[in-house]
Design a protein around this ligand. Structure first.
Ligand code: SF4
Length: 204
């Protein structure tokens, strides 16, 4: 607070404040306290959060609690991992909180013995292949009819596992069938076509 007073007295308003800590509870309490006392923007972070998995969980919990309270203006995810992962995690965090909508929001089931295609393999490949897409789109990838049709009705593109072919829904309506042989290629193509269509209809 003393440093903020110095800057105020010097009439220097162009700064933001960060009070990162590696302890989630300490960081959240500090930011909440600060947000109640000052007007300046806050830069959020759980510093030295850990490796890719544990650091992602800690950062998501800490930053998620604050962002849900409307606290925070910029964020940094600190991971002992490839810095590219920090950006991806931060972006997914904002997308999960619906603070950003760019890119594909995947809904996928955890898969089980009822799955009619390799749900996990399909999801991993799609996420990797479609990283460049910035058009907002909801895509569900569900292994069987237990949850597939329900999720597909709420998404722009929905894949429901079935035998002998899987059913694709577009805008909630059954549209085509895809066999397992070229499932990822075909689905990627459909998603890219839908993104292009949505983008061009927005610019008309
Ligand atoms: S939707 Fe079907 S395949 Fe997916 S986890 Fe549920 S029962 Fe299993």
């Amino acid at each position: 607070m003393r440093h903020i007073d110095y800057l105020d007295r010097l009439d220097f308003p162009d700064f933001k404040v960060s009070v990162k800590a590696s302890d989630v509870f300490m960081a959240v309490a500090a930011y909440r306290d600060l947000a109640a006392r000052i007007e300046q923007p806050l830069h959020l972070g759980i510093t030295e959060a850990g490796g890719l998995r544990s650091g992602t969980v800690k950062s998501s919990i800490g930053l998620g609690m604050l962002l849900m309270d409307g606290i925070g203006d910029t964020i940094r995810v600190s991971l002992a991992a490839d810095p590219v992962e920090e950006i991806k995690v931060g972006f997914d965090m904002l997308r999960s909180l619906k603070l950003r909508s760019k890119g594909i929001n995947f809904i996928a089931c955890p898969s089980c013995s009822r799955q009619n295609f390799d749900v996990i393999g399909t999801m991993n490949q799609l996420e990797e292949r479609l990283e460049d897409v910035m058009t907002p789109l909801n895509v569900s990838v569900i292994g069987c009819v237990v949850n597939g049709p329900g999720e597909a009705k709420e998404t722009d593109i929905g894949l429901t596992g079935g035998s002998p072919a899987n059913l694709v829904y577009i805008d909630g309506k059954p549209a085509s069938k895809l066999r397992n042989d070229h499932l990822v290629d075909d689905l990627e193509q459909l998603i890219r076509e839908k993104c292009a269509k949505n983008s061009s209809s927005k610019t008309l």
